[in-house]
Design a binder for this molecule. Structure first.
Ligand code: FES
Ligand SMILES: [Fe+2]
Length: 419
């Protein structure tokens, strides 16, 4: 049974604030295409970290929807991005996820591009053939403290510069550029990318679903309803407030900016930066809440520094702790399939088995990702069901979900010329 194309303008117009989206937003192929066109091909998309390509000649391929890209570090040490599409007859040039190369050579007829994307060799062309007009097509790329964002738009949203500068400032002590990827994983979730993002923006579900993560994470740091506060909840909320006061003292002593900065739904390049206390020993998002890596990041000397959390619209979130960084990139594959790429980073000189145990470093977010993937699949199954109608977000614990959804609907409308 084929479904009629949805009336996107009508769906956008009747979106009810404070509620989940109507089913077609999560299921319809035409809306998935609109998401690619107006969100993923227009905004700054988080794709990886500078330590993915630490040396000149290192490259990494990335796909955003149907756009195949290659990120390379050129001879001057600058990170560049290009369409991974040969200017001869369009063959995909690089097919490995990561590698190292002196030049980018198309396997088909060996057109050869340097690391700056210039076409430097093309045999059997006329002598008046202008190689300068056939370089790789560049893609906008920016590093925000070592987090790499690309934008496929002809005119990328300029407001990202402010977000990048603030991310740079807040993350500087963790020196991501001098970290090393200790481990990375890809998880394909059986759900729409927006369900992955919505799920990542709240901890309403953490208490019951994330026994590992909640060792270190205060569920109540994300808010709670005083209306139904029993003694246990009040005790946990008090514990959070006590920890927050203690961490504020630590962060102040470090001379670090304390203020949370939130622009999740008031601009094209929405973002949020917030320091959060870590529970227990307060050191790291590990099972015992203590550092997983003895060699701390950058030139840090204190273990107990809490969690610097960063969120960007439409597709990322990150945790910076004294000993390691965990970073998440969400990429849509199909209306009901989403790629979640997770990377764990430690100081680049940290040695596995000496400074850190890989299992301890990764087990909390590995378990959490699996649990979240199952929740996303469960929700996808629900929103595809006949009985689904939009439901209300908790005003106390799902404020960031509402901001994501509001941002998404507004940017989609803007892209469609409806705003
Ligand atoms: S398609 Fe790349 S060299 Fe021919
Ligand atoms: Fe979760």
């Amino acid at each position: 049974m084929s479904r009629p194309a949805p009336d996107l303008a009508a769906l956008i117009a009747r979106r009810r604030p404070g509620y989940t989206l109507e089913a077609p937003f999560y299921t319809d192929p035409a809306i998935f295409e609109a998401d690619l066109e107006h969100i993923f091909y227009r905004h700054w998309i988080y794709v990886g970290v500078e330590p993915d390509i630490p040396e000149p000649g290192d490259y990494m391929t990335v796909e955003i929807g149907r756009a195949a890209l290659v990120l390379v570090r050129d001879d001057a040490g600058e990170v560049r991005a290009f369409h991974n599409v040969c200017r001869h007859r369009g063959a995909r040039i690089l097919s490995e996820r990561k590698g190292m190369t002196g030049n980018l050579v198309c396997p088909y007829h060996q057109w050869t591009y340097d690391l700056g994307g210039r076409l430097i060799l093309a045999n059997h062309m006329d002598e008046d053939f202008d190689r300068a007009c056939h370089g790789l097509r560049p893609v906008a790329i920016k590093s925000a403290g070592g987090l790499l964002f690309v934008c496929l738009a002809e005119e990328p949203p300029a407001d990202f510069d402010e977000a990048a500068a603030l991310i740079e400032r807040y993350t500087a002590p963790f020196d991501l550029r001098n970290a090393r990827i200790a481990h990375e994983e890809e998880l394909i979730e059986a759900g729409n990318w927006k369900l992955t993002m919505e799920n990542s923006r709240e901890c309403y579900h953490c208490n019951v679903n994330h026994p590992e993560l909640t060792q270190s994470l205060f569920e109540y740091g994300f808010g709670f309803s005083p209306a139904d506060a029993g003694p246990e909840l009040l005790e946990q909320a008090r514990a959070f407030e006590t920890a927050e006061a203690e961490f504020n003292t630590i962060w102040r002593r470090c001379g670090w900016p304390l203020a949370a900065i939130e622009h999740l739904d008031d601009r094209p390049s929405g973002f949020r930066i917030q320091r959060l206390p870590i529970a227990g020993a307060g050191e790291s998002q590990t099972l015992d809440t203590r550092i997983a890596c003895r060699r701390l990041l950058g030139t840090l000397t204190e273990r107990k520094l809490g969690d610097l959390s960063i969120w960007t619209q439409p597709n990322s979130w990150h945790h910076f702790m004294s000993d390691h960084i965990v970073t998440f990139s969400v990429l849509p594959l199909a209306p009901d399939r989403t790629l979640l790429r997770t990377k764990w980073l430690v100081h680049r000189e940290a040695v596995e088995g000496v400074d850190y145990d890989l299992k301890k470093l990764t087990e909390v977010w590995q378990a959490t990702n699996e649990q979240d993937g199952a929740l996303v699949a469960r929700t996808q199954a629900g929103v595809e069901s006949a009985g689904y109608v939009p439901g209300p977000y908790s005003p106390h614990t799902e404020g960031l979900v509402e901001k994501f959804t509001t941002w998404y609907v507004r940017e989609l409308a803007a892209g469609l010329g409806l705003a």
